[in-house]
Design a protein around this ligand. Structure first.
Ligand code: DON
Length: 581
């Protein structure tokens, strides 16, 4: 079903093309008769995000003369207000940008960093074991936030409008409020014990002495004032001055060890995107400190030798899983923050020679036990992120994945700022070989150090072919990378964005040595055949992540988008725009 919603007068027309309740294929929008030549510019803009208020905020900024980068700042900051369980000014972001004018791609790393006083021993309990409460809840779990610096950077270096204008929608919604939705409530219920530890958090999320309910209006005046300070003063409005002082005071009062310098010295890092080719697609994706790009390249290089479309379903799943297993094994040992780990074998892991070697170890009819892979670790003692995609009429692209890590991050709101801090420190291998909340492990490359960025799975990605541009990404913790990988395979199979984001997921991450399945992901017959090959399968109902994807088909010059049906408040909208005379 296509819902036509003309929201703007004049030369603009907005179409809702993919919202979560719409399970049908994404609609395609054609402004004029399709032609066979490749279009030089899209017919307008498309935005897919996890909340319709954010999608609409981005499209309004474009209608006001902004570009995709201005829209990205509007969408990201609005998501931080209306989807606090997933991302926000207290978290960290990755932006993959394509500048339509210069043709250049850049990766903006606004990931959190560890505070200068961090010590791995802080995260251990009296018994010497990793204390998951310290890693995931409250002051010690929070890294120095990067999101605000990311927004300022993207607006200043790539946007066309003043930062103030880009942040205006978020500020208005923080001040005026928005209706609470079911996912906010259910995820709050899961984190309630932690959220209730701090009065500044409870004051926002339980304003009447009980948790907010669906359709209650959530107003965040302190957050509006913090966003306004950022709008007025840029980086200094958040990382120095009053807001910074309050954040440091709140973290230290809650048992953390931050200094004014930790905030004042925060820096966005620009990185070269990781690129590789897969069956006629040029893939542009996330480099370290994301593990996503390296793992995607390794998996897809391994798989590129087979025409997956021609294989029976069980063999196809088997080969995909074996590729996943090997890439996650390498993630475990080799990857971390490139500013700290100088000897990451990225060229080797992403080479076709390495893929050939990995492929040679895969039997066509049998699962490889993870414990039999070389380099397996010695035995050891032991939702909530958001992705959006934007294409504008000028041919600029933004794929961005933003996070506070687990639902509502650390649960700690810095009193007087409305800033809900992340719990990204759990993404470090805080104790070697001990699984974090997503069950992934790590060693030296991802050990915690002052000023270091924790290894991420966030993988904003472009897929480019001569006639198609696809932008995709997902939340889902360690499942992000496999969601994106299967998304790439789905687009390669000719699926639409809505089909790709709807399809049930499956995942393998080396350890635990099992295929995790979303209900209905595989037929009974395929499950039986995989069991016969030696696999353990476990169906998981927990959050599989929320995917957003958009596509520009240059042959028909159509834009389309897909918004994950697992998240009913998300949307994908196309805004057609006449070319300027
Ligand atoms: O950066 C990462 O890989 C994680 N902090 C992402 C967390 C996430 O996706 C939670 N989603 N459900």
């Amino acid at each position: 079903m296509t819902v036509l919603r003309p929201v703007l007068a004049g030369a603009l027309l907005t179409l809702l093309v993919g919202s979560a309740p719409v399970f049908a294929d994404a609609s395609r929008t054609t402004p004029a008769a399709a032609s066979t030549a490749l279009a030089a510019h899209p017919p307008g803009a498309v935005i897919a995000s996890a909340h319709d208020l954010a999608t609409q905020a981005g499209l309004r900024i474009i209608a006001q003369g902004g570009n995709a980068f201005d829209a990205a700042v509007a969408v990201a900051s609005t998501l931080g207000v209306v989807e606090p369980e997933s991302s926000g000014i207290g978290g960290g972001d990755f932006y993959l940008l394509h500048d339509g004018k210069t043709g250049k791609d850049v990766f903006v790393d606004a990931r959190e960093v560890a505070p200068a006083a961090v010590k791995a021993s802080q995260y251990l309990g009296a018994d010497g074991k990793l204390d998951h409460d310290k890693a995931l809840d409250g002051a010690l779990s929070a890294g120095i936030p990067g999101a605000a610096a990311g927004w300022v950077y993207v607006a200043r270096h790539y946007g066309r409008l003043p930062l103030k204008q880009d942040l205006a929608p978020a500020i208005a919604i923080a001040r005026g409020g928005f209706p609470v939705y079911a996912r906010m409530v259910s995820e709050y219920a899961e984190r309630q014990d932690v959220m209730r530890r701090w009065p500044a958090t409870t004051a926002i999320y339980e304003p009447q002495g009980k948790p907010l309910a669906v359709d209650d209006v959530l107003k965040q005046p302190d957050l509006a004032a913090t966003l306004q300070a950022l709008a007025d003063h840029g980086d200094a409005g958040f990382y120095r001055g009053e807001v910074a002082k309050k954040i440091v005071a709140a973290v230290n009062a809650a048992g953390g060890h931050w200094t004014a310098d930790d905030l004042a010295h925060y820096e966005v890092k620009l990185r070269e995107p990781l690129v590789f080719d897969y069956r006629g697609w040029h893939i542009v994706t996330a480099p370290p400190p994301s593990s996503g790009g390296v793992a995607l390249a390794e998996m897809l290089n391994i798989l590129s030798a087979w025409d997956l479309k021609k294989l029976d379903a069980a063999t196809r799943v088997h080969l995909i899983v074996e590729a996943m297993r090997r890439a996650y094994r390498d993630r475990t040992f080799f990857l971390g923050d490139p500013d700290f780990v100088k000897d990451m074998p990225i060229a080797r892991l992403t080479s076709m020679a390495y893929a050939d070697q990995m492929r040679a170890g895969i039997a066509m009819d049998k699962a490889t036990p993870s414990s039999s892979l070389p380099g397996a670790p010695p035995p050891h003692v032991g939702k909530h992120t958001t992705h959006f995609s934007i294409i504008d009429r000028e041919g600029n692209y933004v794929a961005a994945t933003l996070t506070v890590n687990t639902a509502y991050g650390s649960g700690l709101v810095a009193a007087g700022t409305g800033v809900l801090l992340n719990d990204e420190m759990d993404d470090f291998a805080l104790q070697a070989g001990v699984p974090n909340v997503y069950g992934v492990i790590g060693y030296d490359a991802n050990a915690v150090k002052p000023g270091k960025r924790p290894l991420s799975s966030m993988s904003p990605t472009f897929m480019l072919s001569p006639d198609k541009v696809v932008l995709l990404g997902s939340s889902g913790g360690s499942r992000i990378i496999t969601n994106v990988m299967r998304g790439i395979l789905g687009f390669d199979d000719g699926l639409t964005p809505q089909q790709v984001v709807t399809r049930p997921h499956f995942h393998h991450q080396y350890l635990p040595d099992e295929i995790m399945l979303e209900p209905q992901a595989l037929s009974d017959d395929v499950v039986a055949r995989l069991r016969a090959m030696g696999y353990t399968l476990s169906t998981r109902n927990s959050t599989w992540g929320i995917m957003q994807a958009v596509e520009w088909d240059r042959r028909s010059n159509t834009l389309s988008g897909g918004s994950d049906p697992r998240n009913p408040v998300g949307s994908a909208r196309v805004q057609l725009q006449e070319a300027k005379p």
